[in-house]
Design a protein around this ligand. Structure first.
Ligand SMILES: Cc1cc2nc3c(=O)[nH]c(=O)nc-3n(C[C@H](O)[C@H](O)[C@H](O)COP(=O)(O)OP(=O)(O)OC[C@H]3O[C@@H](n4cnc5c(N)ncnc54)[C@H](O)[C@@H]3O)c2cc1C
Ligand SMILES: *[C@@H]1O[C@H](CO)[C@@H](O)[C@H](O)[C@H]1NC(C)=O
Ligand SMILES: *[C@@H]1O[C@H](CO)[C@@H](O)[C@H](O)[C@H]1NC(C)=O
Ligand SMILES: *[C@@H]1O[C@H](CO)[C@@H](O)[C@H](O)[C@H]1NC(C)=O
Ligand SMILES: *[C@@H]1O[C@H](CO)[C@@H](O)[C@H](O)[C@H]1NC(C)=O
Ligand SMILES: *[C@@H]1O[C@H](CO)[C@@H](O)[C@H](O)[C@H]1NC(C)=O
Ligand SMILES: *[C@@H]1O[C@H](CO)[C@@H](O)[C@H](O)[C@H]1NC(C)=O
Length: 628
């Protein structure tokens, strides 16, 4: 709490959910729902990564009135702001939704924790701060679903990547010591969302990155933002002037310099549904975040547009509860149909976390290394003292800044052709839930063909190996899983029940084939690269796992189908391919309603998602202003 505020006698104006100093309230934070105007030009549902970015851009010229309704509250605890190790954000359960996935039959019935940020700033306030961009082909692929002339392409998005991020090069000392390559032509320097490098790296990272050069086909990209595959250093979303997390809230909300009377924010409010007059979205209905019934719900009107930005997990629930979604589901839930849009909640994807294999380098001799933070109390105490005194050292590193982004033909020189061929010849309906609408099936087939092409390409990454700079390595991210899941509201409790999240992990057998190849690659890497000099010993899955079946059994026990990069539940695809929004991000079949968040991404970029979400939001703001 802000003690000076209490002294000013302002307590009576605050509700418990708004512990915030007025000095940063450049968007007027309404203390109670009763303070709302009856209508705004734009209502943004969800003050997260994309929502706050769009709100900032729509309010900056003063012409439009904007209301952001956010279910979480303003949170700025050290759990949110601390950068060290990159995972403090998820250690405070208050920062997160408490959603558990449906049991996954192909993972021996395991359930998965579905993490998403429940605070002003959304998931950018809890994420691992890794700032990476996909490959050029990823963004071109999205446009190609609409035909060749789409503005959704690498060239079309590059200006928005530049607008979205303020890039700070690594210090000359670090650049020289580690041979970091960067090229400012891929970046901008005006955003208040920062991308910067720590002034400390674990020394072994340099050896590890170089080791990828020992594997034929792996390049060293000129910059993490060049849209290429290969091994490279990348920045973190850290403000270099404070060494605190840089995210959507400080970047696009407290970062606003002059007060904007046209911009209202109301936190601690759950939007229940969009209100329609015929097919025209005219507003939203919302209630307090802790309410459990609809009694007391209020309505606020939108003159121009309602913009849904509630994230991949909640956006489909809100659309479905509004009557926009698959007819059969809405009937079952007793929701009046406004537009039968079968794609809402389908095409759900996430990137999986896989211990491709864990090797221990028994002749490892570098110092220091990341594990020392966890197993050497003296080292941790020194790191803490250094950070407190100078904001430098090991605790200025978040989740890491180096990795390799590897195409399938490099991962598996012997099997990639056969896997890609089998993939593109699949009958798509066989791998989707029974009864899936034919447009969604057609969209899946289009994605299979496009992603099989990406599998064959040396300019698209299939696997990401993220590096720790330590003696045990082998943690991987599978960037383009072929399986598709669903996110549907709970028909028994459509407004208040958590969405039913089903990853449908490994339902497409191509994923098993690819993941088995990942394990073979990890073994080959330790056998063939310079890391063999450190006498690596295989710990997991262990040398007894040799056949594809043995490796598969181990994958089923260990793979986690989420790296918290969910996408696709309101995909930007043609309507005939099960799309939910068009290329201007407008929801099909209705007027005055758009979606701007990770849910519009039709298939995963070959990277983590935050950098792309900010760029999409910057572009969306221009699209929305252009039609205002
Ligand atoms: C734990 C974790 C680690 C991650 N690590 C990385 C990383 O290191 N690098 C990377 O690139 N990406 C990472 N990501 C992914 C990245 O952060 C997300 O892709 C991105 O932030 C998503 O932005 P969004 O706008 O789609 O959704 P969000 O930022 O989640 O915003 C959605 C907002 O809507 C609000 N909301 C939901 N329902 C309602 C409702 N009914 N009414 C009102 N408001 C509502 C939510 O509270 C939230 O604020 C990570 C994500 C998580 C969760
Ligand atoms: C958030 O916390 C940081 C670190 O304590 C502080 O410097 C900053 O001013 C806070 N921001 C706001 C808006 O309160
Ligand atoms: C999640 O659970 C924690 C307690 O474990 C609680 O503090 C938090 O408010 C819950 N979040 C939501 C969105 O319900
Ligand atoms: C910011 O970018 C512009 C355009 O590339 C450049 O002219 C300017 O020097 C940059 N400013 C800083 C501080 O780097
Ligand atoms: C891993 O290797 C280190 C040396 O780098 C050694 O100290 C440690 O005991 C080994 N751990 C296991 C589980 O083999
Ligand atoms: C633990 O860390 C201290 C301080 O950096 C270092 O001097 C010591 O050698 C480390 N101990 C081990 C066992 O590595
Ligand atoms: C902080 O930096 C100064 C100047 O480089 C250095 O002398 C000092 O030892 C550092 N403090 C700690 C605790 O590391």
């Amino acid at each position: 709490m802000h003690i000076p505020l209490l002294a000013l006698g302002l307590l009576s104006r605050l509700v418990a959910s708004i512990p915030i100093s007025e000095s940063i309230a450049h968007s007027t934070i309404l203390a109670r729902a009763g303070d709302l105007r009856s209508e705004y030009d734009y209502i943004i549902v969800g003050g997260g990564t994309a929502g706050l970015t769009v709100a900032d851009r729509l309010t900056e010229n003063g012409r439009y009135s904007v209301l952001v309704l956010e279910r979480g509250i303003f949170r700025n605890s050290t759990f949110v702001t601390t950068v060290g190790m990159g995972f403090f954000g998820i250690l405070d359960p208050e920062n997160l939704y408490n959603i558990t996935s449906l049991p996954q039959p192909n993972l021996n019935g395991r359930t998965i924790a579905v993490l998403a940020g429940n605070l002003l700033g959304g998931s950018s306030g809890v994420n691992g701060m890794q700032v990476v961009r996909g490959q050029k082909e990823d963004y071109d692929r999205w446009g190609e679903y609409f035909g060749k002339r789409s503005e959704w392409s690498w060239d079309g998005l590059l200006p928005y990547f530049k607008k979205a991020w303020n890039f700070h090069p690594p210090s000359p000392a670090i650049t020289n010591q580690f041979g970091i390559k960067y090229d400012t032509r891929f970046w901008g320097n005006s955003s208040k969302v920062h991308a910067s490098f720590p002034n400390f790296n674990y020394p072994f990272l340099k050896t590890e990155l170089a080791a990828f050069g020992d594997i034929p086909g792996i390049k060293f990209s000129p910059d993490s933002g060049a849209g290429e595959t290969g091994a490279y250093w990348h920045p973190s979303s850290i403000d270099p002037s404070t060494i605190l997390r840089s995210f959507a809230r400080p970047g696009h909300w407290d970062g606003i310099e002059a007060a904007r009377s046209n911009y209202h924010t109301l936190t601690g409010q759950r939007v229940l549904n969009v209100v329609f007059q015929g097919k025209k979205a005219t507003g939203v209905r919302f209630t307090s975040a802790d309410a459990t019934t609809q009694a007391g719900a209020r309505t606020v009107r939108a003159k121009k547009e309602v913009i849904i930005a509630a994230g991949t997990i909640h956006t489909p629930q809100i659309l479905q509860a509004s009557g926009v979604g698959p007819k059969a589901l809405l009937q079952q839930a007793g929701i009046n149909l406004v537009a039968d849009l079968p794609g809402v909640g389908s095409n759900f994807q996430d990137q999986s976390f896989n211990v491709g294999g864990s090797f221990n380098m028994t002749k490892f001799n570098a110092w220091p290394f990341q594990d020392a933070l966890f197993n050497n109390a003296t080292f941790m105490a020194e790191a803490r003292a250094e950070f407190e005194a100078n904001r430098t050292g090991p605790l200025s590193v978040a989740s890491g800044n180096a990795g390799a982004w590897i195409p399938l033909p490099v991962v598996s020189p012997s099997r990639w052709r056969e896997i890609a061929t089998r993939y593109e010849n699949q009958n798509p309906a066989a791998y989707l839930p029974a009864g899936t609408d034919k447009t969604v099936v057609a969209g899946y087939k289009a994605q299979i063909l496009a992603n099989a092409k990406a599998m064959r390409s040396r300019d698209s990454a299939s696997m990401n190996w993220f590096l720790r700079g330590s003696y045990q390595e082998g943690a991987l991210v599978y960037l383009h899983p072929a399986s598709r899941g669903t996110v549907f509201l709970d028909p028994a409790n459509p407004f208040f029940g958590p969405p039913r999240v089903d990853y449908r992990a490994l339902t497409n057998p191509i994923d098993v084939d690819v993941l088995v190849e990942f394990t073979h690659f990890v073994r080959r890497f330790f056998r063939e690269s310079r890391l063999k000099n450190y006498d690596p010993v295989e710990l997991l899955p262990g040398t007894q796992a040799q056949t594809a079946q043995q490796i598969t059994d181990w994958i089923k026990q260990t793979m986690i189908p989420s790296c918290f990069h969910p996408i696709g539940t309101a995909s930007m695809l043609p309507l005939s391919l099960g799309g939910v929004v068009d290329e201007k991000l407008r929801v099909y079949g209705v007027q005055g309603l758009s979606v701007v968040d990770a849910s519009v991404i039709p298939d995963s970029p070959g990277s983590y998602t935050q950098q792309t979400v900010y760029a999409i939001a910057e572009k969306a703001a221009d699209l929305i202003k252009a039609r205002s």
